[in-house]
Design a protein around this ligand. Structure first.
Ligand SMILES: Cc1cc2nc3c(=O)[nH]c(=O)nc-3n(C[C@H](O)[C@H](O)[C@H](O)COP(=O)(O)OP(=O)(O)OC[C@H]3O[C@@H](n4cnc5c(N)ncnc54)[C@H](O)[C@@H]3O)c2cc1C
Length: 130
């Protein structure tokens, strides 16, 4: 079972980073989809959902994808997918079901570094950086 000592919803990324540095058992929670499968005790769970990181923004030179964007957002973003030949749409559309893709995040998928990750493979194939 996954256990949290405390649960903190931070207001910005700097606050999250500071809290993360305080204890090596403090962890960021993305969608929590993968974390919940494990059995561990997290001292402080850090929730980024109030940090405004759930947007895909297009600038003149790049797309900026927030860590709390869901896989479903990646799958459905028309302009982003048009630019990359629909790689995100095809990479994620077979991952379980819409409910999971509405919850699993880009941040959790990248930080997780899962060897099986279709999400990470898509980002690696593109000119992307964190
Ligand atoms: C049943 C099942 C089937 C799956 N099948 C596939 C598949 O076929 N293909 C595929 O590509 N993926 C698959 N996945 C993985 C899924 O796509 C996500 O990558 C995974 O759920 C992690 O996303 P999350 O938001 O749930 O992360 P979480 O579970 O919240 O976090 C995962 C890790 O990342 C850390 N973390 C989260 N957010 C951040 C952040 N912003 N900054 C730093 N660290 C962070 C957490 O502390 C944790 O260590 C599957 C997952 C499940 C549960």
């Amino acid at each position: 079972m996954l256990r949290f000592g405390t649960y903190v919803r931070v207001g910005n990324a700097a606050e999250a980073y500071e809290l993360l540095q305080k204890n090596r058992n403090n962890k960021i929670v993305g969608g929590g989809i993968w974390m919940r499968l494990g059995s561990r005790r997290v001292a402080t769970a850090i929730d980024l959902s109030a940090c405004g990181l759930d947007q895909i923004e297009e600038t003149e030179t790049e797309f900026r994808i927030g860590a709390m964007c869901t896989l479903r957002q990646l799958e459905r973003h028309a302009e982003l997918n048009a630019l990359v030949n629909h790689v995100f749409e095809f990479a994620v559309h077979d991952i379980v079901g819409v409910q999971l893709r509405n919850t699993a995040t880009v941040g959790g998928s990248i930080y997780g570094r899962f060897g099986f990750s279709d999400v990470l493979s898509a980002f690696l194939a593109l000119d992307s950086y964190v």
